[in-house]
Write a protein that binds this ligand. Sequence first.
Ligand SMILES: Cc1cc2nc3c(=O)[nH]c(=O)nc-3n(C[C@H](O)[C@H](O)[C@H](O)COP(=O)(O)OP(=O)(O)OC[C@H]3O[C@@H](n4cnc5c(N)ncnc54)[C@H](O)[C@@H]3O)c2cc1C
Length: 379
Amino acid sequence: MRQVVIVGASVAGVTAADTLRQLGYDGAIILVGGEAHPPYVRPPLSKAVLSGAESPQSVLMPALRADVTLRSASPAVALDTAARRVRLAGGDELPYDGLVVATGARARRLGPPGLAGELVMRDLDDAVGLRDAMGRAGSVLVVGGGFLGMEVASIASAMGLTVTVVDAEPPLVRQFGRYLAAHLTAAARAAGVRLVQAPGGVELVGGPSITAAKTAAGDLLEADLVVSAVGCQPNVEWLASAGLGSPAGLLVDERCRVRPDVVAAGDVVATAHGGARPRRTPHWASAIDQARCAAHALLAGDDAPPYQPRPYFWTEQWGLEIKICGEPPTGAAPDVLAGSLEENEALLRWTRDGVAVAAATLNHRMPLVKLRKLATTAV
Ligand SMILES: Cc1cc2nc3c(=O)[nH]c(=O)nc-3n(C[C@H](O)[C@H](O)[C@H](O)COP(=O)(O)OP(=O)(O)OC[C@H]3O[C@@H](n4cnc5c(N)ncnc54)[C@H](O)[C@@H]3O)c2cc1C
């Protein structure tokens, strides 16, 4: 293999480049980025960058290896898998022997792209823009009570803004299960945040700039700023020319392959594990694990180890740092193995039929390997 092109210069793309080198690949690597910024990490954007505790520069990744060529601000617009070429927005065509698709996802919006006043939280520019806007605003409406929406709400509330969060479902239940979600929503309420459940969803209203959301029941929720935090959608449009990708993501096999010379990793990818319905797992650790697997498969084919999902993510909100391995069952209460939720310091574990399925720490120090083990071993 003489040239590998990696499209998407974020954690999945950079990890794939590093892994190719670690495995001894010595051909050319071209990393194609759609943004003007050098590669950066996203998790701090809705935490320390939004709060102003860290500068925007602090999220930049360490400099790329000298033997990787970065083409930033050059979005890929088309793929020809027969000719093995990627076309860039400027018209350049990059030939490849191996291709890594790592184009991630973008914020889902409730209105059409560019709708004035609908703010989102996905890129470095979004974080800087929202931080500045929150500094000037008195109130914010967050549409979406997932972990991202609640992180934004938490920081806005700490900055002294009047905060409303609206969601069709109770916040955080899907990610944390009812038990932990109840604790976090209680913390949100204690911080003065208004949580509104709108089962029929909301519609953004206002003009010329969005200033409110209207619930299906007709209630109007108004604020100086409206932030949509309603999930993300995979960046697959540039793959349509090759007949690849769908709104559900880019489906890969158990080694993160689309075909022998095309692999994919990160938020763009949908995996079907153990016969389960294909789904995306848009979290930091999954992007890294998939990128390592994809790079290996590009070089070693069927001899590469298959991808083993190890669900893990973390969040910071309401003064709580939470780390979760596995997927907490929605309705079940966990065993409290140390501390207590009342003290805001706890180690939790969920089990099903005598087998651990998830474990979480709440302001509780524990090495990740130990937490992973706790989340997967028999009780
Ligand atoms: C604000 C925020 C906070 C988060 N916090 C957490 C957290 O606390 N814990 C956690 O586990 N996860 C968190 N995540 C999720 C985590 O950051 C993502 O799972 C991870 O960034 C995915 O990496 P990726 O490389 O697959 O995609 P992305 O990071 O989305 O990067 C994809 C890159 O590809 C580029 N691109 C897109 N289309 C093209 C194209 N056609 N050509 C060239 N380049 C293109 C994009 O501009 C982007 O730079 C957070 C995400 C966000 C947005």
